[in-house]
Design a protein around this ligand. Structure first.
Ligand code: PMP
Length: 364
């Protein structure tokens, strides 16, 4: 039986990309070495990282006045790098918290504010309703001199998405795009900075993408060179040894996405997959999706529950036996979650719906 991997990350990768990596594993393009063995200063790796950047620029239509960085430390390190770098002259920053990851970003900012001169403010939060919606706020409340407004474009655990960016009174938007980068079309020019861990739509864990508008780069050095956007940018992401193999895999995934028609094509396919599942859930009296407003629903992560915790447990057990891997909801919310990123096939969603139908018939 085919295994379908519904993991929220590290997540399923395109089979064609894995096969290409396999083909090139022992001898990368007649170098006589695997990519893992190449020096990060070699001409071969120079070509890989430049091609990765160019392809990403093309896929996301990244304007020339933005730097693209390939860093480490995951999206979680960006929670700290952001204030350290962006709040040097302007000391205030706003946080829109619509999920657990956004809360973590805000919590890290508060922690840092005890050490550096920086004032994070919670602008809006949907924590009181267990993050079942995207909270709104009045843009007129924002100090136009603030450094940034932080938001999470896709809430991986709760299954909500910001499709239309809010008005921010001229304050740059900084976004954690970890779980819907390259899956949903955004206009980079609407953001001051975008960051994303690679392990959902881009490649293996270990690479973090940062796309930052040049005028927002820090003027002063920060705490540590590794945490300094300007140093990373000035060194073309080669200040130290970067995650070379992860960048190579990202390059293969970028090429693959381009070959299928780019982000718009990915988004159309993701909408088709998501609609299949949402339509089934909506017509069922047995399953439900916890998101309050349909307009906020994610097309990448779809949480759902049965009428009881016991049935959720049984569903998860039987799903595993059926070779549906990692469909269990995040430990903080329970239930189930189908993460169906770019590389997740339509047939997997069709099979899931058939399985859900049969499970409902047996248990209701
Ligand atoms: N932000 C979001 C939206 C996420 O989904 C995740 C990981 N699931 C993170 C941040 C944390 O990412 P990392 O593990 O790369 O630090």
């Amino acid at each position: 039986m085919t295994v379908y991997n519904f993991s929220a990350g590290p997540a399923v990768l395109p089979k064609a990309v894995l096969e290409q990596a396999q083909k090139e594993m022992l001898d990368y393009r007649e170098s006589g070495m695997s990519v893992m063995e190449l020096s990060h200063r070699s001409s071969e790796f120079d070509e890989i990282i430049k091609a990765a950047e160019l392809r990403l620029r093309d896929l996301m239509a990244i304007p020339d006045n933005y730097k693209v960085l390939f860093l480490q430390g995951g999206a979680s390190l960006q929670f700290s790098m952001l204030p350290l770098n962006l709040a040097q002259k302007k000391k205030k920053a706003y946080y829109v918290v619509a999920g657990s990851w956004g809360k973590k970003a805000y919590t890290e900012a508060v922690k840092l504010s005890k050490t550096i001169d920086f004032q994070p403010e919670l602008l809006a939060s949907s924590e009181a309703t267990v993050y079942n919606q995207i909270p709104t706020f009045d843009a007129a409340r924002l100090d136009p001199e603030a450094a940034y407004v932080h938001l999470t474009t896709n809430n991986t655990i709760e299954g909500t998405t910001i499709y239309d960016l809010p008005e921010t009174n001229g304050v740059p938007i900084v976004a954690d795009m970890s779980s819907n980068i390259l899956a949903v079309r955004y206009h980079v020019a609407d953001f001051g900075l975008i960051y994303a861990g690679a392990q959902k739509n881009i490649g293996p864990a270990g690479v973090t993408i940062v796309i930052v508008r040049e005028d927002l780069l820090n003027d002063e050095p920060v705490l540590s060179s590794m945490l300094d956007y300007r140093i990373q940018a000035d060194n073309g992401s080669l200040y130290n040894t970067p995650p070379t193999y992860g960048i190579y895999m990202a390059r293969l995934v970028f090429d693959y996405v381009a070959s299928l028609g780019g982000v718009d094509a990915m988004q159309a396919k993701n909408i088709e997959k998501a609609n299949l599942l949402y339509d089934f859930i909506d017509q069922s009296e047995f399953y439900s999706n916890p998101v309050a407003n349909k307009a906020d629903r994610s097309i990448c992560n779809i949480p759902f529950v049965t009428p009881s915790d016991d049935l959720d447990k049984l569903f998860n057990k039987e799903a595993l036996e059926h070779d549906f891997k990692n469909i269990k909801g995040h430990r903080s919310v329970g239930g189930m979650r189908a993460s169906i990123y770019n590389a997740f096939p339509l047939e997997g969603v069709q099979e899931l719906v058939a399985f859900m139908k049969a499970f409902e018939a047996r248990n209701s």
